[in-house]
Design a protein around this ligand. Structure first.
Ligand SMILES: Cc1cc2nc3c(=O)[nH]c(=O)nc-3n(C[C@H](O)[C@H](O)[C@H](O)COP(=O)(O)O)c2cc1C
Length: 214
């Protein structure tokens, strides 16, 4: 699979077979994560394999957060649809990785003066490398952020300067969701692939930017 195919076929996967993820595949994906760009070469992304711990507690806090989110949905049909969506595979994914952003403690880091978020963006770059590599190898991942992140940090007793980024649920996909995001396949939201909605050329001095991207 070439890069363009991997990018197009990568899915947020919530349905897995029970096939184990070979250690060699996981290692290659983690190595790809290490090759990601990072602000000031800080390499802040940390991964902890939690496949054999925390699952029950994670699920409980997921349910609490999910219920709270439903208070924000007024429309009854949308609420019904929302309730039917599988938004995690914390119990059934063969491998679970907890992901953290380790904020540099003492040393000066190029690029984060006044903007520490660049460290989190660096983690996102690592995660995307990992995700694409899994896809190219015939595996998949689902990024879960609906749970109590502080509980996870406490439970794993990670250093105070590690900020949770979420959980990656990893395994062999049981479906390709008709080659669309699952939320699109099930009618929650349509993906927009019209480049003109997202890109415009630089504005000429004295003129206004293209309104379509504002
Ligand atoms: C930072 C981040 C957090 C996400 N958190 C969740 C989540 O908690 N539960 C979930 O079902 N999907 C989650 N997703 C997946 C998105 O819903 C998904 O990427 C989007 O619907 C597009 O689908 P695709 O990734 O298959 O293209 C998350 C994605 C990102 C990038």
């Amino acid at each position: 699979m070439d890069l363009t195919q991997a990018i197009a076929s990568r899915r947020d996967t919530r349905h897995f077979t029970d096939e184990k993820v070979p250690e060699a595949v996981l290692n290659r994906a983690l190595n790809a994560a290490l090759h990601g760009p990072s602000v000031g070469l800080s390499q802040p992304c940390r991964f902890i394999d939690i496949s054999s711990s925390c699952r029950q507690t994670l699920l409980e806090t997921f349910s609490g957060k999910r219920l709270a989110a439903e208070d924000e949905i007024d429309d009854l049909d949308r609420l019904k649809l929302h309730r039917s969506l599988k938004l995690e595979s914390l119990a059934d994914a063969p491998t679970l990785l907890a992901i953290f952003c380790a904020y540099p403690q003492d040393e000066y880091t190029i690029g984060i003066i006044g903007n520490h978020r660049a460290l989190e963006w660096s983690c996102a770059c690592s995660i995307q490398n990992l995700w694409l590599t899994l896809t190219a190898e015939g595996y998949g991942a689902g990024w879960v952020t609906i749970f109590d992140m502080n509980m996870l940090a406490e439970k794993l007793d990670v250093p105070m300067h590690w900020e949770p980024m979420g959980i990656l649920c990893i395994g062999k996909p049981a479906t390709d969701y008709d080659r669309k995001p699952m939320l699109e396949q099930l009618g929650w939201r349509q993906r927009d692939l019209n480049l003109h909605q997202f890109y415009s050329s630089a504005c000429i001095p004295g003129t206004k930017p293209d309104q379509s991207v504002l």
